[in-house]
Write a protein that binds this ligand. Sequence first.
Ligand SMILES: Nc1ncnc2c1ncn2[C@@H]1O[C@H](COP(=O)(O)OP(=O)(O)OP(=O)(O)O)[C@@H](O)[C@H]1O
Ligand SMILES: [Mg+2]
Length: 229
Amino acid sequence: MNNLISLKKISKFFSNNKKITVLKNINYTFSKGKIYSLMGPSGSGKSTLLNILSMIDKPSIGSLKIENNEINFSETLINDKIRSRKIGIIYQQNNLLSDFTALENVYLAGLTLNDDKKDSIKKAKIIIKKMGLSSRENHYPSQLSGGEMQRIAIARALINQPEIILADEPTGSLDRSTAKDVFKVLYKLKNKNRLIIYATHNRFFANMADCKLEMIDGNIKLLNARKKK
Ligand SMILES: Nc1ncnc2c1ncn2[C@@H]1O[C@H](COP(=O)(O)OP(=O)(O)OP(=O)(O)O)[C@@H](O)[C@H]1O
Ligand SMILES: [Mg+2]
């Protein structure tokens, strides 16, 4: 079965002064081997949805299954483990710890799963090399360009070879040509066992996906599904 993440009747409310409903009764299944783009106006719930998929936030109602296992949102330790093992997350910016070098940022993420520092450093170096950034290993985030930071963030998201990659406007803070380079790197990560979902405001990048989704009125609408290539 190709279903990797399924959402059943997911709703999310926030209540400060007044209750707002951000996600409304979403039923959707994400399959492995595919790349999904998620568009929608600012405030439509893209980040809220991605945060639920990564178990960083919990839905108000509904259930989330990852590989057919229902997630219990109160089991935070178990969910942290699942996240470390299965999910790589990339944000728009500030992905990296500012007091650590590029190499440290990447290999420390590897230690969450496996305590072998030497092995983690070795793996981190290989991935950073694939990102074309070996010469920047010892740079601190403040000494990297925006595009370099995002490529290091991708390297960090990849160290545990996750089956799921969630990216929330990964190129939102980059110029168009650097953004293109980062998307090239992201698309190279596609494989038959992996699911990639990214939120973007950019129609050009959204159109590259196998499945184009849009958040409308708190729900997910499939705009197109590309034929298998
Ligand atoms: N912790 C919170 N408390 C109250 N309201 C929240 C909270 N987090 C998000 N919201 C509200 O939920 C709505 C959806 O926010 P979300 O960040 O998911 O939008 P988005 O589609 O990612 O927008 P953008 O494109 O600007 O990133 C917004 O109206 C936001 O104000
Ligand atoms: Mg957002």
